[in-house]
Write a protein that binds this ligand. Structure first.
Ligand code: ADP
Ligand code: MG
Length: 491
């Protein structure tokens, strides 16, 4: 994979080559091996090594945030890697790049003048005095009522910063959200938050909205789901009210908070409208925050010009929370909802649900509701009983396709291999495990499963299941694998 890394002057490579610049590229290769591709792209690609002069490495960062994050998280390891074998330590000299315009694709039709770079915006005075914003605020008077959200959807009262638990998995996204709320339209514009389902993206989006609303009561904060934007756009076009739509989004919005932007993928006309909305807001320094379940480059059928705009500001990810964070989230939630949750039960619940905070919360609510109905204290035994029911229900909703995907990814084969009739042992074992788990977890009949595994006879599925069952008794390694896959599926 490393040899694929294009370490040229347009990426994280050196932009001015010196004899020692290879040092930097070599170090990057070592570091790339230690990081996920996304983290590497996020934190290393934007940074350029200008030169290495003696023991001083000159680095260029696109903004302060990247620089600071790099310093806190990666600088030490970079210096260690570069300094290996050298008797004297290296130091880093930073420059913040304020010439982002060269990153813009030349083909943009809508922007004729260079757009201010995030770094330039940052150096301007706070912009609530922006004339356009003042004008629109004046027209509306200074009411601070929910009417201000009448354009979009209500901000949910419980999604505020105070109720958001910060841990290593969401630290960057939380910090960036705070920074944006403190200085809307400042250097982190746009802010792009991405992460898996139920990890707190919407919560942060609302939290930003609440804080800006509190600090700037006259501003129009527009929170909405991308689907709402799309539906409204289509309706307005149909009813000939597109101008009204544009006034609303481009002129009368001070902060745009758009959730689940991945839905723009493949919607060409909505993308075009979004693009122009984005430009109008961005050019007048109004804050844009979007969330997605994927990194911009992973969103299928999203136009390059939109992707590149998301790169102008800050892209922050949220990962699945670690155990400690999950426990803390449960405790916070229990405190807010006045649920008496003993620490050992919080730990027990957090150990069982790993990858989705929404489900974790759901479980707590369920345990609390049952305990209150039955007038019993929340104990580990009680939680265990409740959890058992919950897991059975989750399993009932699992689809055969989900099982196939998980098994295929675990064994490093394709789902189509599982459905094929290949007799290669690298495929037959995963296929049998997938059939066994699908039968166990999805409650499908043997003939149904036969169909879903590429139109096989039900006896093939039956014998695969029997075989795996027999092996599970005798083969501890397989037992470990199957239970790990099962845990993933039920998490
Ligand atoms: P997403 O939009 O990423 O799918 P949400 O923002 O809807 O996820 O979060 C799902 C639930 O989990 C919400 O109730 C939210 O409050 C809660 N949640 C997620 N992360 C945290 C956190 N770090 N602290 C507190 N609550 C959280
Ligand atoms: Mg969401």
């Amino acid at each position: 994979m490393l040899s694929d890394l294009p370490l040229d002057s347009t990426s994280a490579g050196t932009s001015r080559t010196t004899g020692s610049s290879e040092l930097w590229d070599d170090a990057l290769r070592v570091i790339a091996r230690k990081l996920s591709a996304q983290n590497f792209d996020l934190w290393f690609r934007p940074i350029r090594c200008q030169e290495i002069d003696g023991q001083t490495i000159s680095l260029l960062a696109p903004n302060q945030f990247i620089k600071e994050w790099f310093e806190t998280h990666y600088q030490q390891v970079v210096l260690e890697v570069i300094g290996e074998g050298s008797s004297r330590p290296y130091t880093i000299r930073w420059t913040i790049d304020d010439s982002h315009t060269d990153e813009e694709p030349a083909k943009e039709p809508a922007i004729t003048k260079p757009t201010p770079s995030p770094a330039k915006v940052a150096s301007e005075p706070a912009r609530p005095s922006d004339s356009r914003r003042q004008a629109s605020a004046a027209q509306r008077g200074s009411k601070s009522t929910p009417e201000h959200q009448d354009l979009g959807q209500e901000l949910l009262a419980r999604y505020i910063f105070d109720s958001f638990v910060i841990g290593p998995s969401n630290q960057l996204a939380a910090a960036a959200s705070r920074a944006v709320a403190d200085n809307p339209g400042g250097k982190y514009n746009p802010l792009f938050i991405y992460g898996g389902v139920g990890l707190g993206k919407t919560h942060l989006l609302h939290a930003i909205g609440h804080q800006i609303q509190a600090d700037h009561p006259t501003w129009r904060i527009l929170y909405l789901k991308t689907e709402t934007f799309m539906n409204e756009y289509i309706n307005m076009v149909r009813s000939g009210k597109i101008d009204e739509f544009r006034v609303k989004y481009r002129d009368n919005t001070d902060v745009l908070l758009m959730d689940d932007i991945q839905y723009l993928g493949g919607k060409e006309r909505t993308q075009d409208e979004f693009f122009h909305t984005f430009n109008a807001l961005f050019e007048s320094h109004r804050q844009i925050v979007v969330t997605a379940d994927k990194y911009p480059h992973e969103i299928p059928d999203l136009e390059e010009r939109i992707r590149s705009r998301f790169q102008w500001g800050l892209i922050a990810d949220i990962q699945a929370p670690e155990l400690e964070t999950r426990v803390a989230i449960l405790q916070k939630k229990a405190e807010l909802d006045q649920i008496a949750l003993p620490p050992e039960v919080a730990l027990f619940l957090a150990t069982n649900i790993k990858s989705n905070v929404r489900e974790l919360e759901g479980l707590l609510i369920r345990v609390a509701a049952f305990a209150s109905l039955q007038q019993r204290p929340i104990t580990i035994d009680f939680a265990q009983d409740t959890l058992r029911n919950f897991l059975t229900q989750t399993a009932a909703q699992l689809t055969v396709e989900a099982v196939q995907r998980e098994v295929a990814s675990y064994f490093g084969v394709k789902v189509t291999d599982l459905k094929s009739s290949s007799r290669q042992s690298s495929v037959t074992k995963p296929r049998q495990v997938a059939m066994y788990l699908a039968r166990k977890l999805c409650k499908s009949s043997f003939p149904e499963l036969g169909l879903k595994f590429g139109g096989k006879d039900h006896t093939t599925v039956l014998s695969a299941c029997r075989k795996v069952e027999a092996l599970l008794d005798s083969d501890p390694q397989l037992r470990g694998m199957v239970s790990e896959i099962e845990r993933h599926l039920l998490a």
